[in-house]
Design a protein around this ligand. Structure first.
Ligand SMILES: [Zn+2]
Length: 422
């Protein structure tokens, strides 16, 4: 606290923490010291009137989507239409559903899980996750660029990763959050305050390992390095991603590759910074880092060739961490799927072999249709490549794909050299 007050003395930090309900904070992590230096410059040089205007602008911008229609529309026109090319507001039910998910996600989630996520789906996707972890174990043991000591660290970390599938074991309690049927913006403000208070309440207490950073209906997944857990909400385990009516080939190709993707993040240039307990400790050696860097450069060169929109190429220095996870994740899913189906006679379906169906399933997670405006925003802000590159870039590095579809050297779907990290 003393150092923070030294970097940015124009801001009364002890008072700030006190009014947040967290008096007496002595130790904190200033994650962005340069930002705090800039705050100091602005606060000490700008007039009070200018600072008030700035705060007023941000307050109104944050509130606009929940105010009267003209304000909501003006906010949408700029942030969605001008910046992202969205021509019209979504229907009201979508706005409402999103709002409830954002502010009461684990209340909505209970109903969502009841209706859409059976015990059988949970058991199957849990098993798939364990199989992919077993594949990861083999891959780590066989890596040629990771030193033996680092492999031991990696395996220890892998061994204690927690798999959180579907929904939290204990649901969040919203009883202190007041929702009024005739006060939309008030509900949103109270929800923000509720969430703020929930976050501040964590101070000085042990980490809640049960906590989820996504709500159960969310169509997304993540690995959290500070918790050392992978999280797959029920929302991402639904058709057309995971389909209980389909067999293993498309499901392992699709959801399995996503599970594998998240898992590799525990061991890559992000995951190296956090140990098996989630503490900030780099467990790679400089030689491991160099081995990883040498291999990731292959991917950087490959993806730099892909176009995002018009003449804008992928900034592969930004996306390579995710591109490597895509490739590694698909390899892991393929290994796990082969093991899962080893004893089965896999017949062709709809004219596709089972290997082809694995890759068709994998490709279908990235079905998308994005406007040029949003592609331009993404090209400079999103660490993920556009969907088509996340598929073509991966499979063109996989001999398994080339075999399945009889691709030959020199053809567009065969990348030379074959890039591989995991
Ligand atoms: Zn990722």
């Amino acid at each position: 606290m003393a150092s923070l007050s030294k970097i940015a003395p124009a801001f009364d930090w002890p008072h700030y923490f006190e009014i947040q309900g967290a008096p007496g904070v002595a130790k904190l992590n200033v994650a962005q010291p340069e930002f705090m230096k800039a705050v100091q410059t602005e606060v000490s040089t700008e007039s009070v009137e200018a600072l008030r205007g700035y705060l007023r602008l941000h307050f109104l911008t944050a509130a606009a989507p929940y105010l009267a229609h003209p304000l909501e529309q003006a906010d949408f026109d700029f942030y969605s239409t001008t910046l992202r090319g969205v021509p019209a507001m979504p229907p009201r039910w979508k706005t409402c559903t999103r709002g409830v998910d954002r502010d009461l996600g684990e209340a909505l989630g209970q109903e969502f899980v009841k209706r859409t996520f059976s015990a059988d789906t949970k058991a199957k996707t849990q098993l798939m996750t364990e199989q992919i972890e077993t594949a990861m174990k083999q891959e780590i043991e066989n890596l040629d660029w990771m030193s033996p000591a680092t492999k031991q660290e990696a395996l220890r970390k892998l061994h204690v990763i927690r798999n959180k599938i579907g929904y939290p074991d204990q649901w969040r309690d919203y009883t202190t959050l007041e929702i009024k049927p005739d006060d939309y913006v008030g509900n949103v403000v109270r929800s923000y305050r509720f969430e703020d208070a929930r976050q501040w309440h964590k101070l000085g207490k042990p980490v809640d390992l049960n906590e989820w950073g996504m709500t159960p209906p969310t169509v997304n997944a993540y690995f959290n390095p500070q918790m050392n857990d992978i999280n797959f909400p029920a929302g991402v385990l639904q058709p057309p991603l995971y389909d209980t009516k389909l067999d293993d080939a498309p499901n392992y190709g699709n959801t399995g590759a996503t599970i594998g993707h998240e898992l590799t993040h525990a061991f890559d240039d992000e995951g190296r910074q956090f140990d098996d307990k989630g503490n900030l400790r780099d467990w790679w050696t400089p030689a491991d880092a160099k081995g990883f860097e040498d291999r990731i450069n292959c991917i950087r060169d490959q993806y730099a060739q892909y176009i995002v929109v018009d003449d804008i190429h992928i900034n592969s220095k930004l996306t390579s961490g995710e591109d490597v996870a895509d490739l590694g994740g698909t390899l892991l899913a393929y290994i796990a799927w082969k093991k899962q189906t080893a004893a089965q006679q896999l017949a062709s379906v709809d004219g596709f072999t089972s290997d082809q169906r694995f890759f068709v399933g994998m490709a279908q997670w990235a079905c998308e249709n994005e406007r040029p405006e949003v592609l331009r925003v993404r090209a400079i802000t999103d660490p993920h490549s556009p969907g088509y590159a996340r598929i073509n870039g991966v499979v063109s590095n996989m001999p398994e794909f080339q075999k399945a579809f009889s691709c030959k050297a020199g053809q567009p779907m065969v990348h030379a050299p074959t890039c591989r990290v995991w």
